[in-house]
Ligand binder design. Sequence first.
Ligand code: IPD
Ligand code: CA
Ligand code: CA
Length: 270
Amino acid sequence: MEIYKFAQETILEAGKFIRQRMTEEFNINSKQNPNDLVTDVDKETENFLNNRIEERYPEHRILGEEGHGRDITDTRGVIWIVDPIDGTLNFVHQMENFAISVGIYIDGNPYAGLILDVMKGDLYHAAFEHGAYKNDQLLPDIKETNLATSLISTNSNWVIRDGINMPFIEVVRNARSTRSLGSAALEFVNVARGTSSAALFYRLHPWDFAGGIIILEEVGGITTTLLGDDIRLLDTNSIIASNKTIHGEIIEHFKKDGPFIENHKKFHRL
Ligand code: IPD
Ligand code: CA
Ligand code: CA
């Protein structure tokens, strides 16, 4: 549990670093498209995390959104999968509702997941088979729910995208209502806390889901692709993170739609 404890201390320090850095000016740039933003703070926070981990555990590897570990193609040893700011658009526009996400895997197996809601200061964390916590409070197992009485978290981009949207539309139609927070990591946390019953994404990167999967599993939840397949840890995946009952109900909508399955296969190069 030494790595787990170190990870908790380190993510809290990185949160302090971000809050302090927000009091100063920083640059905002766009990546491939104008809505995909990155700031100096994203890069500096990833460097901060990388330096701390490297100093303490030189043999560990780090895969981060802002560039660390691009050469990682296998899961051997200890890998930290890091998103220094998940919810950069919220960081820029709202100055809240963003997180640091860390997933630690040993030989491809879950070891620990940590998600810090940076502005609230709440740390969600779990070590494999040791339960999940909000700060020092154990989270209870999530409840099983049905779509008709559930809040579902998804992004409207997928609901308006031709070729893949039919199952999303059906799920939205059949759910009690939908919410979109804008931080995948915090959407995992909401499922783990039971404030939403499922979170659906057409595409997430490893750093978006690596921490959340472990936390959710510890409260009895499940994460698969939208077609119910296992997640490939080092690739982009479609994702459903949910309780086990609603999981079955939702993936039925995706599994029966021919165009969705075809386009999903091409998009994720399966
Ligand atoms: C994004 C957020 C967002 C999700 C996107 C992610 P970023 O992460 O998690 O909620 O819908 O797919 O890329 O870019 O803010 O780290
Ligand atoms: Ca992210
Ligand atoms: Ca990010």
